[in-house]
Design a protein around this ligand. Structure first.
Ligand code: SF4
Length: 494
């Protein structure tokens, strides 16, 4: 590659955004894409939901012409865009522009009296700093390509919007004028492009892992860059503690066993000691206080939910968690036989009312309801109470009786070194009840459960629907059975 070509290496909008987060990510993406992590089903789903948001945003600017990605080279997209602009097309979706060897596709471009209005559509529920860089690089390219941009805006989801019948795009979105902020960033864009090109010409940048690996986006070279971190490392330490894991890492302390106990917080020291002695830690007084707050009948509740960027049902907001399944183990009194109930909605219906009706029938008014990370279950119960007045009183009663099984772990009244600093059920269960495992199950985590539910909604094949239903019921049942077993272990410890 000649020096000149290196200086003007090809960039696109997404490469620019990637390069802002990390030069190494930009380099690896361009020259070693084979090192990228596999795209998860959940990420694919996010991509799909972005399409849906984009489609609704176009309804704010109807009648536009789309410059497609499929079957057209970049050159052809650029030519088609130029042609449409020459022919006075007033609204363009995905028009393509190139300047200074930087290629961008805008979401929506509208001809106005004083020039063109640029709209960038985001599936988030607020304006973020990274959105400004995204629009700023588009502005840079459009201006360079001779397009007079009179206004630049970010269009994002209005989190207060409540669907009522058909989607109302004018209420679903917020349009924020960012013209001035984007103009103020032009110098920054030019400088960054030059720096990125320089970095691309020098081999893999010597950049170590850092907070940037997850900020603003979860980097897709994570596994590659973090492979030198051992199984038990300083990154297991409670990040809210006095000492930040990255502070230790930057001092060359990587192994958890090497963490200096003198400077750690109390909770971090509990973790370290437990790890060094390969023993669990129990604060009996704290644990007893928690156990004393429970009573019989005792119900173990877990919801499965899904959420959509564009609300799927009337009465719901963007990204609202919709409960469509629950599992309920119960002990009517001390020593009683363990019972189990479950609910899983039929596909493609609003599951909430039927779920709420079943739940209030199954949980007695006086029951103690145990959930894991209970704020989630409480949030869903409160939303159901707000949506269905006939169940409100009962649901509010359940909310008052909810206790959180995560509390002893979050407070570090109980800690097992295999929990690796976490208090989530997925980390606590294998440490305390290794015989109960999600391994080998068709569905083994919440993300897979959501994708399976969506697959069930799309399927026309009755045998597939039946198989997914069974896998979903098995998965959710294990969640509450896990809670039952964890509580048994806690009682033994106390
Ligand atoms: S994982 Fe971190 S260091 Fe590696 S490329 Fe991504 S952001 Fe950069």
């Amino acid at each position: 590659m000649s020096m000149k070509a290196k200086e003007r290496a090809y960039l696109s909008k997404s490469l620019f955004i990637r390069g802002l987060q990390c030069r190494k990510s930009l380099y690896l993406h361009k020259f070693h894409p084979e090192l990228r992590d596999e795209v998860s089903e959940a990420q694919e789903a996010l991509f799909q939901s972005g399409h849906e948001v984009g489609a609704y945003a176009r309804q704010l600017f109807p009648g536009g012409f789309e410059v497609p990605y499929e079957n057209l080279s970049m050159e052809e997209q650029l030519n088609l865009t130029g042609e449409k602009i020459k022919r006075s097309t007033r609204i363009l979706y995905e028009p393509a522009f190139s300047y200074d060897n930087v290629f961008v596709k805008a979401d929506i471009l509208r001809k106005a009296r004083r020039g063109w209005e640029l709209y960038e559509v985001k599936g988030s529920t607020g304006l973020k700093e990274e959105h400004l860089s995204d629009v700023a690089v588009q502005y840079y390219v459009l201006k360079g390509a001779g397009i007079r941009v009179s206004k630049a805006s970010v269009v994002y989801l209005n989190k207060q919007y409540v669907r009522n019948g058909d989607i109302d795009p004018s209420a679903l979105f917020v349009t924020k004028d960012v013209t001035q902020a984007v103009r103020d960033k032009q110098r920054f864009v030019t400088d960054e492009i030059a720096k990125m090109r320089k970095a691309l010409g020098k081999g893999v940048p010597a950049i170590d892992i850092g907070e940037r690996c997850e900020d603003p986006y979860y980097c897709d070279f994570y596994e590659h860059c973090w492979q030198h971190i051992p199984e038990y490392s300083v990154f297991d330490l409670d990040g809210r503690g006095r000492v930040k894991p990255f502070d230790l890492y930057r001092q060359g302390i990587v192994e958890l066993r090497d963490a200096p106990k003198e400077i750690l917080s109390k909770k971090q020291n509990i973790q370290l000691e437990s790890f060094l002695q390969k023993k669990k830690y129990v604060n009996k007084a704290g644990l007893k206080q928690f156990l004393d707050s429970l009573w019989y009948p005792l119900y173990f509740l877990d919801f499965e939910t899904f959420s959509c960027a564009v609300p799927a049902f009337s009465g719901t907001r963007p990204y609202q968690n919709i409960p469509h399944q629950y599992s309920l183990h119960y002990l009517k009194r001390k020593g009683a036989r363990l019972g189990h109930r479950a609910f899983l909605a039929e596909p493609n219906i609003d599951p909430r009312e039927e779920l709420a009706g079943n739940l209030v029938n199954e949980i007695p008014d006086n029951a103690c309801v145990l959930a894991y990370h209970a704020s989630f279950e409480i949030g869903r119960l409160e939303e159901l109470a707000a949506s269905y007045p006939r169940y409100r009183k009962k649901l509010q009663g359940i909310v008052e009786n909810v206790r959180d099984l995560e509390v002893p772990f979050r407070k570090k009244d109980v800690y097992h070194w295999k929990m690796k600093g976490h208090s989530s059920q997925k980390c606590v269960l294998p440490a305390l009840v290794p015989q109960l495992s999600y391994e080998g199950m068709e569905i083994s985590n919440g993300g897979m459960a959501v994708q399976a539910y969506f697959r069930m909604c799309e399927s026309q094949d009755q045998s597939e629907i039946k198989a997914i239903r069974k896998a979903l019921l098995d998965y959710c049942k294990l969640d509450t059975l896990g809670m039952v077993r964890i509580l048994e272990r806690l009682r033994e410890m106390a």
